[in-house]
Ligand binder design. Structure first.
Ligand SMILES: [Zn+2]
Length: 258
């Protein structure tokens, strides 16, 4: 199916939409997934087109492990789902590009070439991009630049997938850039330090709950990621109590593991 050009690709670093309004706050909304009444549950599917195929590399040039990508994406969904009635369910993806593909989610994750790594000085350039909600098959989709290095602990020039995913999913849900420096939807997205560190800024919270209402959603992936807690239990259960007290970053929104 032909890609619609009616919907603006949002580039993280290239444009600041804050100029559209003068108040220091989140930007005007751009599209919304169907919801009969504010606060009603919204059900969205997601899939990985090619994001898990080893095409994203870390600063050493090694592929970012699938488990690391999945953990970051699921946590990014969860930070939105824990404050708004947004339910995200992973579905299979045949991996084919649009036009050939027949199976994929409403929010589809890919890696592509966008613009290369950052120059040594100056502002960061685009690391990822997303499309706003809408009727096209590509609306809601998120692309990561596979010419940038990706890592667990994000820096300005070598970002983390979690920070980029929280920002881009904000766009996938209809949020535009915020004027508020430090918010996730600021044009330079926040960097985080690995699993469990993702969080919304009050400005992001105000934006998403104004757009969809308050509530609690869920994240339901297709694949169970082995976690350190389960490994510890399998090795003898000596840290069972500690493991039970650990709070998974994705469990906090009632993550339903298969
Ligand atoms: Zn952006």
């Amino acid at each position: 199916m032909r890609r619609s050009s009616r919907y603006l690709w949002v580039l993280i670093a290239a444009f600041g939409l804050g100029a559209w309004h003068s108040a220091m706050a989140y930007g005007p909304f751009q599209g919304k997934w169907p919801q009969a009444n504010l606060g009603d549950p919204v059900y969205l599917t997601y899939s990985y087109q090619n994001l898990l195929d080893g095409g994203l590399l870390n600063p050493a040039g090694d592929p970012v492990p699938e488990s690391q990508i999945r953990t970051a994406i699921e946590e990014a969904f969860s930070v939105w789902a824990e404050v708004a009635p947004l339910h995200f369910t992973e579905v299979p993806d045949d991996g084919l590009p649009y036009g050939q593909s027949t199976q994929y989610g409403m929010i589809r994750f890919r890696h592509i070439y966008i613009n290369g790594p950052d120059p040594p000085t100056g502002n960061p350039t685009t690391k990822a991009q997303a499309r706003f909600p809408g009727p096209s098959v590509s609306n809601g989709d998120v692309d990561f630049d596979h010419s940038d290095p990706w890592q667990l602990n994000g820096t300005l020039r070598e970002p983390d997938i979690l920070g980029a995913a929280i920002h881009e999913l904000g766009h996938s849900l209809g949020l535009t850039h915020s004027d508020v420096e430090g918010s996730n939807l600021f044009w330079i997205f926040r960097r985080f330090a690995g699993p469990g560190t993702g969080e919304l800024h009050p400005d992001d919270l105000a934006a998403i709950t104004t757009h969809y209402g308050t509530g609690r959603g869920s994240v339901t992936p297709l694949v169970r990621i082995p976690e350190p807690t389960s490994v510890a239990l399998a090795l003898g259960g000596v840290v069972a109590l500690l493991a039970l007290r650990r709070r998974s970053s994705t469990e906090r929104v009632g993550l339903r593991r298969p």
